[in-house]
Design a protein around this ligand. Structure first.
Ligand SMILES: Nc1ncnc2c1ncn2[C@@H]1O[C@H](COP(=O)(O)OP(=O)(O)OP(=O)(O)O)[C@@H](O)[C@H]1O
Length: 315
């Protein structure tokens, strides 16, 4: 239901000439969620986000933000006020200082002088840039510039954030800082939609993942549900007894696809199944009186799950 969702679309479609960039997308993002949108180049992520941000007019379909419908052809100012949009590669104005840059955007949102000052201080603190408030933008590191872009995105106190590739080009430390900031914003009550190619970042951050391919939203599921789905994983096993007996048992088990002897009594197997199947394998080996001293499934990562869903690799 649109009323219960922070972001909701029905049949959202964008056609450029004869090319369908986004096709009949029904998206639902619950309030307070961090929703990760992944998909290969050209899948339609940017076009979808641009339509949500009202930077691109849909060919057809409906968009609701916090239950309010975006009316085509109108300015929808009340909805825009609730949205913070960070486009891919948005330019920073190089001749400004950090403070002046934020002040410029606060004025665009018509904040009063008092409110502007208050908000700039708040977003500088949130993005850990207070010490840089008088610095010229070109003197900032790439990670700081990205934080400044985020500060601009939230200057008007939006409640829904739309972030397109916000961590591209950032080093690992800056990515950790970005994730921390996202959690602070989520705790402050924001709903956040992030498009990214970096699956590991999304895996640590997002509660729900949407997968786009060729303009279609082909998956949209809580991360916990994706992790429960059958997937390829590795399991490390060590036996005290004859490895031949362990191998004989493993060969009979349908989920065991390949195996490799790592040292005399230690094996690594590739196993296809969910956590329940894994537990069943362990029960079978114990029932067959194999003296195991190690049974260690390496947890599947998001990339493994993604590939297992027969989608293309995205990073
Ligand atoms: N203004 C436009 N005119 C014509 N075609 C466009 C336009 N914008 C996007 N497209 C096409 O729509 C499709 C989806 O592009 P989009 O940028 O939304 O994908 P994406 O998933 O964000 O890709 P990437 O991960 O590379 O940023 C692509 O085939 C692209 O070429």
């Amino acid at each position: 239901m649109p009323q219960d969702s922070a972001i909701c679309t029905h049949g959202l479609t964008k056609q450029f000439d004869r090319h369908l960039a986004v096709h009949e997308v029904d998206l639902n993002v619950a309030p307070g969620e961090i929703y990760g949108l992944i998909g290969p180049n050209g899948a339609g992520k940017t076009t979808l986000i641009r339509m949500l941000a009202q930077a691109e007019a849909p060919t057809r379909g409906e968009i609701y933000i916090n239950g309010q419908q975006v009316i085509p052809g109108q300015r929808n100012l009340a909805i825009k006020q609730q949205l913070g949009y960070l486009p891919d590669n948005f330019p920073l104005y190089e001749d400004l200082t950090v403070w002046d840059y934020l002040d410029y955007f606060a004025r665009l949102y018509q904040l009063s002088t008092f409110r502007r000052r208050q908000r700039i201080q708040t977003v500088l603190e949130l993005t850990n840039l207070t010490a840089k408030r008088t610095s010229a933008i070109p003197s900032l590191s790439r990670g700081m510039q990205q934080r400044l872009s985020l500060a601009r995105t939230i200057i008007h106190e939006p409640i829904v954030l739309l972030l397109d590739e916000p961590v591209s080009g950032l080093d690992p430390i800056a990515r950790v800082q970005f994730r921390d900031l996202m959690r602070v914003l989520q705790a402050a009550g924001m709903t956040i939609l992030i498009a990214s190619h970096i699956l590991s970042d999304l895996a640590e951050l997002c509660t729900t993942i949407g997968i786009m391919e060729l303009g279609y939203l082909v998956e949209s599921a809580p991360l916990s549900e994706l992790y429960r789905r059958p997937c390829h994983q590795q399991i490390f096993l060590t036996t005290l007894g004859d490895p031949g007996a362990l191998l004989a048992e493993l060969r009979q088990y349908p989920g065991v696809q390949t195996w490799e002897v790592l040292s005399g009594q230690r094996l690594r197997i590739h196993f296809s199944g969910n956590q329940e199947d894994c537990a069943q394998l362990l029960r079978s080996l114990v029932a067959a009186r194999i003296p195991l001293t190690e049974f260690h499934p390496a947890p599947p990562d998001l990339e493994g799950i993604f590939l297992n869903l027969d989608h293309q690799q995205v990073s």
